[in-house]
Design a protein around this ligand. Structure first.
Ligand code: FAD
Length: 446
């Protein structure tokens, strides 16, 4: 009998701002004692909740428990910028163009978005938390404009609608003169990520799924035909287990030295008072991704999402120990203030109320892991940076595999290569951080 013991459990740095700006929620309920279920899911992010919903759809009689180390929406699923993107968005390319079967990937991304929309409708999640308004890829320089044009050509060749905005159009949208142009694509859904995840959890609970928060799984082992999961206050015995814990898959000894643990950082302003909003101008809600994937993502939200605020997301660090330091947060908070002031010089003094870090998991060859690892043990992990859609898809696929089905999603992940190995440490750490800093520097004003 092999016991998989967690070498570490998640540590979240900085507040989960998207959750903090929403009304409070009931106190968390940890797993109170020993229980037996048909399927246990480790991790309550996009992947874990999607897996639970898909299992419910496939067999309403199943007993299902989701075990979440922290609170719902405290992990990366509640710490992102909320762009649920349908199009190729290859972070390792210069202009996001995909490297493979773009049409196939778009179809799968749209399947994931439609599945999320189904959850919004079935569980009565606020439409403000799942807003199908599309997004803009902003360019701040002529060089970036060239990247945007190349991305636009690529999209047009795929038959995907896209619309160019000039500097005036960008000013009208954002209130910022920073951008020389933008590329609007209509298929992105803009999430209030914490509102969406919390609502998803409530909906699942109302449909009989148990969700135990502040319940880290610290070990699991196969015993006979079942799995036993150990948590601080109780054990779960389950016929099947889905590991939906993203990079912490490696903490249990899977895909060792094959996962890149990257942290992204973001800051959110205070709720902007009316006089500041007047100075700002622009529309009350918008999302701008950078035309260089390593640039700065900006987003404005309004009161229905938790206040009139602007979110700035930039900086990345490669941290195999899966824990950013306070110094990382300080460095990135300073960069966020600078990027914000570049875009909104008249608002330079506005306070950033929250700064936080979030854990991403990538592989060098861009593959996810949605496969059976051992009999009855399935993974839905490795978001590759775009987990709102991709992790939803890994969760769907893992649930389908657990039910013995072969579908478009399971076939997609089965056809992917294994994650390739990383170079040995410390070269991988030093090299990756130098590379990320270089890419940040090269992204410049973007
Ligand atoms: C700042 C930032 C901005 C981002 N912006 C975007 C964006 O705009 N669009 C986009 O698509 N993606 C974005 N992402 C990425 C996105 O947030 C992730 O891809 C997504 O959250 C991955 O979902 P997941 O369910 O696979 O993993 P996670 O959200 O990481 O969920 C895994 C869960 O497992 C839990 N867990 C881990 N170990 C254990 C254990 N031992 N026991 C119990 N529970 C455990 C964790 O607490 C966590 O809640 C961003 C990420 C960050 C950090």
């Amino acid at each position: 009998m092999t016991t998989h013991t967690a070498r570490r459990t998640p540590v979240h740095k900085g507040p989960a701002a998207w959750s903090a700006i929403l009304p409070g929620q009931p106190a968390p309920v940890p797993l109170p004692g020993d229980q037996t279920v048909d399927v246990a899911i480790i991790g309550g992010g996009f992947a874990g909740l999607a897996a639970a919903r898909r299992l419910r759809q496939l067999d309403p009689t199943l007993t299902i428990s989701v075990l979440e180390a922290s609170r719902l929406a405290e992990g990366a699923s509640g710490r992102n910028s909320g762009f649920m993107i349908d199009l190729p968005h290859e972070l390792t390319s210069d202009d996001y163009a995909g490297h493979g079967d773009d049409r196939g990937m778009i179809a799968l991304n749209r399947q994931a978005i439609a599945f999320a929309r189904g959850a919004v409708e079935d569980y009565g999640i606020s439409a403000d938390f799942f807003d199908p308004v599309g997004k803009v890829n902003g360019a701040a320089s002529e060089t970036a404009d060239v990247l945007n044009r190349s991305y636009a050509d690529h999209l047009t060749s795929l038959g995907e609608p896209n619309e160019r905005l000039d500097a005036q159009g960008m000013l009208q949208l954002t209130g910022s003169r920073h951008y020389v142009s933008g590329l609007y694509t209509p298929g992105t859904v803009m999430l209030q990520p914490a509102g969406f995840i919390r609502g998803f959890g409530e909906g699942l609970r109302a449909n009989g799924v148990s969700i135990w928060e502040e319940t880290p799984v610290i070990a699991f082992a196969r015993q006979g035909t079942n799995w036993t999961l150990t948590t601080p206050k109780g054990r779960i015995t389950a016929g099947k287990v889905i590991l939906a814990n993203n990079g912490h898959l490696e903490s249990f000894g899977f895909a060792t030295n094959r996962l890149m643990h990257v942290f992204l950082y973001a800051s959110m302003t205070v709720d902007l008072p009316p006089e500041v909003l007047k100075t700002l101008g622009g529309q009350p809600r918008w999302g701008v991704t950078p035309s260089d994937p390593m640039g700065t993502t900006m987003r404005r939200i309004d009161t229905a999402l938790g206040g009139n605020r602007i979110v700035t997301r930039t900086c990345a660090s490669f941290l195999p120990g899966m824990e950013p330091s306070e110094a990382d947060l300080r460095r990135t908070a300073a960069v966020h203030r600078e990027k914000f002031a570049d875009r909104f010089p008249a608002l330079a003094g506005v306070k950033q109320e929250y700064t936080w870090a979030g854990h991403l998991c990538l592989t060098r060859n861009g593959v996810s892991i949605a496969r059976e690892q051992e009999p009855g043990l399935f993974a839905a992990a490795v978001c590759n940076g775009l987990g709102t859609a991709r992790s939803t898809l890994t969760g769907i696929a893992a649930a389908e595999l657990a039910m013995g089905l072969t579908t478009a999603a399971t076939r997609h992940f089965a056809a992917e290569a294994e994650p390739v190995k990383l170079p040995p440490k410390p070269f991988s750490t030093l090299g990756a951080n130098l590379f990320l800093r270089f890419k940040e520097w090269r992204a410049g004003a973007e």
